[in-house]
Design a protein around this ligand. Structure first.
Ligand SMILES: Cc1cc2nc3c(=O)[nH]c(=O)nc-3n(C[C@H](O)[C@H](O)[C@H](O)COP(=O)(O)O)c2cc1C
Length: 203
């Protein structure tokens, strides 16, 4: 069973994190989710989803996904001595979703100021899969250079760019389609309903 670190930072798109956390909880493939929410992440989740995720007790996770989760461990963002701040703690992969340009820059520079940065730094140094879901527009040369630097180090950059080729009807369709792609890259099983099977031939 997989152990995944999920970081939520203060970029727009907290609905992606909400849905990914729910999918990870539902997957029989995942045994443990180590959740970290940055201070700005708490603010953006509040503004976008109307959910208060301040604090670190189990009710935060239940409030975010709508059901209790015995798989999820919520780490305080300032706890740079948490288990996941050490490479000796077994973890299969880490995803930061959504990933702010600030956290992207911190990871690219190795200048770690909170537990999201530190856990990503450890994931990189241990050679484990690291996925970032950046969101900003337009992108400056600094943002692009940071993404290129990380991509060259093997970090998977999955910009929060929803596709429209599968004819989505709702925002939920768009969010599910994108989070399924993230699950694919994490190597986590899901119901695969949104995989592209090629253009349907008209008869
Ligand atoms: C409502 C709101 C939306 C934001 N959207 C973005 C965004 O899409 N991308 C981004 O890089 N920063 C965005 N920010 C700014 C970040 O939250 C800010 O740079 C913060 O310092 C990031 O800190 P963190 O990386 O520790 O979460 C947003 C801030 C707010 C309040």
């Amino acid at each position: 069973m997989k152990s995944i670190i999920l970081g939520i930072t203060g970029a727009s798109g907290s609905i992606y994190a909400q849905r990914l956390l729910a999918h990870l909880n539902a997957s029989p493939d995942v045994g443990r989710i180590e959740l970290i929410i940055s201070q700005a992440g708490v603010r953006v989740v509040g503004e976008e989803l109307g959910i208060n995720v301040a604090g670190s007790d189990a009710r935060v996770v239940e409030g975010l996904i709508g059901f209790p989760s015995d798989k999820t461990i919520l780490h305080p963002i300032s706890d740079i001595g948490a288990s996941i701040s050490s490479g000796s703690h077994p973890v299969d992969a880490m995803v930061v979703i959504p990933c702010s340009m600030s956290t992207l820059a911190a990871i690219a520079s190795g200048f770690t100021r909170d537990l999201v940065h530190r856990a990503a730094d450890v994931t990189l140094k241990e050679g484990r899969p690291l996925l970032l879901v950046p969101r900003e527009t337009p992108l400056s040369a600094i943002h692009l250079e940071n993404m290129l630097k990380l991509a060259r180090l093997g970090v998977k950059i999955l910009p929060a760019m929803p596709g429209f080729y599968f004819q989505p009807h709702t925002i939920n369709d768009l969010v599910d389609h994108f989070t399924h792609r993230v699950l694919d890259h994490l190597g986590v099983l899901h119901n695969q309903e949104t995989r592209w099977e090629g253009t349907k031939k008209r008869v």
